[in-house]
Design a protein around this ligand. Structure first.
Ligand SMILES: Nc1ncnc2c1ncn2[C@@H]1O[C@H](COP(=O)(O)OP(=O)(O)O)[C@@H](O)[C@H]1O
Ligand SMILES: [Mg+2]
Length: 404
């Protein structure tokens, strides 16, 4: 449960306590340690259960509640107090803060406000860059062109990560027109990204989770819309909120980007921890990598997040060496996945992920290794199956600028 914030709530009003509880219970990032209907018992509850966050609703008796805040703040300084009130009176807010409240939320509590407050508390407590163990790792997977194995990597990486019980993983299919993550997982989802993004203001965590399709590997899927006329209904702002909600619920989000790098793709890339650019080692793909990298360099902080993944390595015997390819791209290759046509066709046709169909295959191990590397557990990329001897001769790419 290292990913979870433990929390206790006091609110003498049953209705508001229950609605806050319903919101909290749907959040995987929060564990409701204790709930209390009487202010006078809450300090003891905190002292005994040591939650990281205490939520105090002031409305029933603000004076009593503020005394409680001051008392808990003194007796249990490690507990971050979050105060809820339907009042927006500046004096009351000031008194609550002076009594030791870290956050003040106006009732009825909005999910986004609660999420923001919790993430501020987490940041203060654990530091901003701590996202690794507590936050969610967002892995956007894009391709240098169609058919390079973007979806194969996204789906199988998602399943490999989901296999670890410490992880909770959601795969979002952002290839809105031709996406086939559902086919790879042999599922027929009830809801799509359009349903979720259109209802985002009404969704809570439980509803969101019910809208997702759970695969036997443990991976959750949010698929592309069924009808292409529904694509236009998905707006970048809504997608950002959907991802915000998913980020608060899962340890990993894997997003299969479209090949158009449109506004929606870019929204995800901005929010991503890692952007994987999947490519094959041939001239047309590498040209696109160079061109895409030029564009990414113009996007704030993007180039640093992009990691090149060579897929189907070994396919083109005697073509382009790793060294030549890296020189051409002006970047290191982050990871390499071997070519294994037979296994990949089988997993695709059977709708079964690699970890179930061929757990020992080198292609599976390479994808498991990629997941570990992204989690920071391994630093050395897989060995290249291609040899330097396979180097293409001469200035095959000499017309491309070599960049740092
Ligand atoms: N490492 C690999 N070895 C052999 N074939 C692969 C590999 N990765 C993907 N493929 C095959 O390439 C084709 C395109 O893969 P796909 O994941 O749908 O690409 P994209 O999403 O980029 O269009 C599929 O037939 C898939 O089985
Ligand atoms: Mg695809």
């Amino acid at each position: 449960m290292s990913n979870v914030l433990r929390l206790a709530v006091v609110d003498p009003n049953d209705a508001t306590r229950e609605s806050l509880k319903a919101m909290l219970l749907g959040m995987d990032s929060v564990w409701l340690e204790a709930e209390c209907s009487r202010y006078e018992f809450f300090a003891d509850v905190i002292a005994q259960t040591h939650p990281e966050i205490g939520v105090v609703n002031l409305d029933k008796d603000p004076e009593k509640a503020l005394d409680l805040v001051a008392k808990v703040n003194e007796a249990s300084p490690d507990c971050n107090l979050l105060v809820v009130s339907s009042s927006t009176d500046g004096k009351l807010i000031l008194r609550a803060m002076r009594a030791g409240a870290k956050e003040y939320l106006t009732a009825p509590v909005k999910l986004q406000d609660l999420l923001d407050a919790l993430s501020r508390i987490t940041e203060r407590k654990f530091g901003k860059g701590e996202g690794k163990s507590r936050g969610c790792s967002v892995i956007a997977v894009g391709g240098a062109t169609g058919g390079v194995g973007t979806t194969s990597v996204a789906v199988n990486l998602g399943c490999a990560l989901a296999k670890d019980p410490k992880n909770s993983v959601c795969l979002v299919d952002l290839d809105l027109c031709l996406g086939d993550c559902d086919v790879f997982l042999d599922t027929i989802p009830d809801y799509s990204l359009t349903d979720v993004s259109q209802n985002i203001s009404r969704l809570d965590f439980q509803l969101l989770k019910r809208s997702l399709t759970k695969h036997s590997s443990g991976l959750f899927l949010l698929p592309r819309p069924v009808n292409i006329s529904d694509i236009a209904l998905i707006k970048p702002d809504d997608l950002q909120r959907v991802l915000g909600l998913l980020k608060a619920t899962f340890t990993h989000l894997v997003v299969d980007l479209s090949k158009s790098y449109n506004a929606l793709d870019q929204t995800v890339m901005q929010m991503a921890t890692h952007v994987l650019l999947v490519t094959q080692v041939d001239l047309p793909c590498l040209r696109n990598v160079v061109r895409l990298m030029m564009s990414f360099q113009e996007m704030d902080g993007m180039a640093d997040k992009v990691k090149i993944v060579f897929n189907r390595v070994g396919l083109e015997q005697g073509a382009i060496s790793l060294k030549k390819a890296q020189e051409t791209m002006g970047r290191e290759v982050f990871w390499q996945i071997p070519n294994d046509y037979r296994t990949m066709v089988e997993v695709r046709n059977n709708g079964v992920p690699l970890i179930e169909q061929a757990p020992k295959a080198p292609v599976t191990q390479a994808i498991i290794g990629l997941g570990n590397a992204l989690n920071g557990e391994v630093s050395k990329p897989a060995e290249a199956p291609t040899e330097e001897a396979k180097a293409g001769k001469g200035g095959l790419f000499s017309f491309w600028p070599s960049k740092k």
